[in-house]
Design a binder for this molecule. Structure first.
Ligand SMILES: Cc1ncc(C[n+]2csc(CCOP(=O)(O)OP(=O)(O)O)c2C)c(N)n1
Length: 649
């Protein structure tokens, strides 16, 4: 690899020279079908799982035939077939994915364990703490392995942590741990084999600190100037490969000639594979394929979709595709629509797990899962520690093992502490190496309840800007139910925004049946001739109230329902209906989704416009607590002004 790097055939290379015993020993000690979460120094994991070298060479050269169709570099790729989950650059997030996999093993009583790697530097990340904590609290069979090579990138351990040994941290989480010589492959192998058995038998996690040393720079370009030269000399004597060879010869297990033979065979194998791996031509860019690979396709047949007219004709009810017609519905609150969807989905999918803070006996901050733990049990209705990042990571881990996961973010505001896992792992994993993230994150959102800056934010735009996610945002009880069911059935990560102020203030007819509202389809609320209001969530109710109180203005109202992907046909129709468009949302103005919609209309529907597209959004401040200030902050306090402006244009 170093030669190929110098030849410019591969980019950035992270060398594991000096640390080979850990990756190889660990992989050999696990079963082939147990998931491993390796990092950038773990070439030995990939080779020990016997991935064809030719394909690895293609991967590292960015070829289409590699493991990520040329989309990922260095070790940022995985392979379901080999039960290797590719890292993201951020290091720590790997660990919680191992929690999720271990949870799946535990729930199925699989008698398996997962294993996650971290460096000494990575142990300083919150993700390390969260992952160990969850594994401890949930008694998960997962092995966390620290490769302590003395340095982060260049930062020595003395500037990284204060405890004597990293393994001492195990005590703090109430789990077992051990420190071993990471340069002795037999110690690594024996320890991990034993630890694996312990984890499975006792259903507990375990922390292993492997002492080792990195003989090259952090990556090849960064050099080793900061490392005292005598360390290379000391650790050079403890080279794991050389020492193991010497040991095998000393024990008469191999002769020197046999060792030389193995080396020659290996060299020739590498060269043959490199030849194959170098034969592929340059990548042919196919934009359609790139876009198509952002989302996993649904493979089930789907369920009957809520009829477009249902909202206005309560008698028009939907049924499961296979079901008998039961045109039944009842008046329900928005919150009950959500509860219905969760309840029916739990019955429908025995592999669906709900996780969140206080969601079990307490029933959740908004009581949406009240009674669920009694009906579905603590295994499927899981209270979590306050570890948002690790819970999103665990949800992804469950997905790797074929489970479906819903996470209740206690308030949408707290998504900030799970942001990395959502944006970089959930959203990108399918495009990167074809693993889907079958995860729904419920996001109780929005203001109007005097809850101040950290319990009221509208943060949907953060996620709309992230390819790979879907973002849905219902405004009616029937949609709340149907969209949540659709989100759960969708194999992709879906951010499901539920406006807190609508929970108990809005009711409507909700079919009893198990049904979906199609993701990506907007709903025409009312037709009108004067102006069109394009909106979603609470905005739909503001627009409807406004129309009711101003019968002199004929307003066409479109409820977007889904923000990613947007229903461009419906938007185009709403523009054509009146030629005057107001985009209304509770989110603040700058960078809000209104800007995106206005730009799209300007680009695509210019000929249908009789006025500039206007945006009515909340003030560009944090959302204030005092109700008068909050009212002033809210977009609805300027709705009248904008409608007037548009009408008079
Ligand atoms: C969240 C995050 N911060 C910083 C970096 C940049 N970075 C990449 S590797 C690394 C050092 C990691 O050190 P360690 O965990 O000890 O692993 P090692 O490289 O020594 O094997 C740093 C700082 C990163 N990738 N992710």
């Amino acid at each position: 690899m170093l030669v190929l790097l110098r030849q410019g055939k591969i980019s950035k290379w992270f060398s594991g020279i000096g640390q080979e015993a850990i990756a190889v020993g660990a992989t050999m000690a696990m079963q082939q079908d147990e998931w491993i979460m390796p990092l950038h120094r773990n070439l030995g994991v990939f080779t020990s799982r016997k991935m064809p070298l030719s394909k690895l060479f293609m991967q590292w050269q960015g070829n289409k035939e590699g493991y990520s169709k040329g989309r990922e570099r260095s070790f940022h790729f995985g392979s379901k077939e080999h039960h290797i989950c590719g890292m993201i650059s951020h290091l720590g997030p790997q660990m919680a994915i191992a929690d999720g996999v271990a949870l799946a093993y535990k729930l199925r009583d699989d008698q398996k364990a997962s294993i996650a790697f971290t460096g000494d530097g990575g142990t300083s990340e919150g993700d390390f703490h969260e992952a160990l904590n969850i594994a401890a609290v949930w008694d998960l069979p997962v092995i966390f392995i620290i490769e302590n090579n003395g340095y982060g990138l260049s930062t020595p351990t003395s500037e990284q942590y204060r405890c004597k040994n990293l393994v001492d941290k195990a005590v703090g989480y109430g789990i077992e741990g051990v420190q071993i010589d990471g340069n002795n492959i037999l110690s690594v192998y024996d320890t991990i084999k034993g630890v694996r058995e312990y984890c499975i038998k006792n259903q507990k996690p375990y922390l292993i600190e492997c002492m080792t040393f990195r003989m090259r720079g952090h990556e090849e370009a960064s050099g080793v100037k900061y490392v005292p030269p005598e360390l290379f000399e000391q650790w050079g004597k403890r080279d794991p490969v050389k020492n193991y060879e010497d040991y095998l010869v000393a024990e008469n297990i191999l002769t020197v000639a046999q060792v030389e033979n193995i080396k020659a065979e290996t060299k020739s194998y590498i060269e043959t594979e490199l030849k194959i791996g170098s034969q592929v031509g340059p990548i042919e860019v196919n934009t359609g394929e790139e876009l198509n690979d952002v989302y996993a396709q649904r493979t089930d047949t789907g369920y009957k979709i809520l009829d477009e007219n249902f909202q206005n004709q309560a008698s028009h009810i939907l049924q499961p595709a296979s079901g008998i017609q039961h045109p039944e519905s009842s008046e329900k609150r928005f919150i009950d629509g959500i509860k219905d969807a969760l309840h029916q989905s739990m019955l429908k999918h025995p592999n669906l797990i709900i996780m969140g803070q206080d969601i079990a006996e307490y029933g959740g901050a908004f009581k949406i899962t009240e009674g669920f733990v009694e009906e579905f049990g603590k295994e499927r209705i899981r209270n979590t520690p306050i570890c948002e990042s690790a819970v999103v990571g665990a949800a992804l881990g469950l997905s790797l093992e074929g489970y479906k996961a819903i996470m209740e973010m206690q308030f949408a505001d707290f998504a900030t502490v799970g942001f990395n896992q959502i944006i970089n792992n959930l959203a990108k994993i399918y495009y990167r190496w074809g693993q889907n993230a079958d995860v729904v994150i419920r996001m109780p959102t929005g203001g109007g309840v005097g809850a101040g800056p950290f319990h009221s934010q509208s943060n949907e735009a953060w996620f709309v800007h992230t390819p790979g996610l879907k973002v849905v945002y219902p405004s009616t009880p029937a949609d709340a139910k149907g969209l949540l069911i659709a989100a759960i059935n969708d194999p992709n990560p879906v951010l499901y925004f539920e406006h807190k102020a609508l929970y108990r203030s809005v009711s409507g007819a909700v079919p009893e049946a198990y049904y979906e509202v199609e993701i990506g389809k907007a709903r025409l609320v009312t037709s009108g001739d004067d102006i069109s209001i394009i909106t979603y969530g609470a905005g739909v109710h503001w627009a409807m109230d406004y129309a009711k109180n101003h019968p002199d203005v004929s307003i066409h109202i479109l409820d977007l329902r889904t923000l990613l992907p947007l229903d461009y046909d419906a938007i185009r129709e709403a523009v054509a209906a009146t030629g005057k468009v107001l985009v209304l949302h509770e989110d603040t103005l700058i960078g809000g989704i209104g800007g995106e919609i206005a730009a799209w209309i300007a680009e695509n529907c210019f000929d249908k416009l009789d006025a500039p597209v206007m945006r009515c959004a909340s003030l560009d401040t944090a959302i204030p607590f005092n109700m008068e200030l909050e009212k002033n902050f809210m977009a609805y306090s300027r709705l009248d002004e904008y409608v007037e402006k548009l009408m008079n244009y």
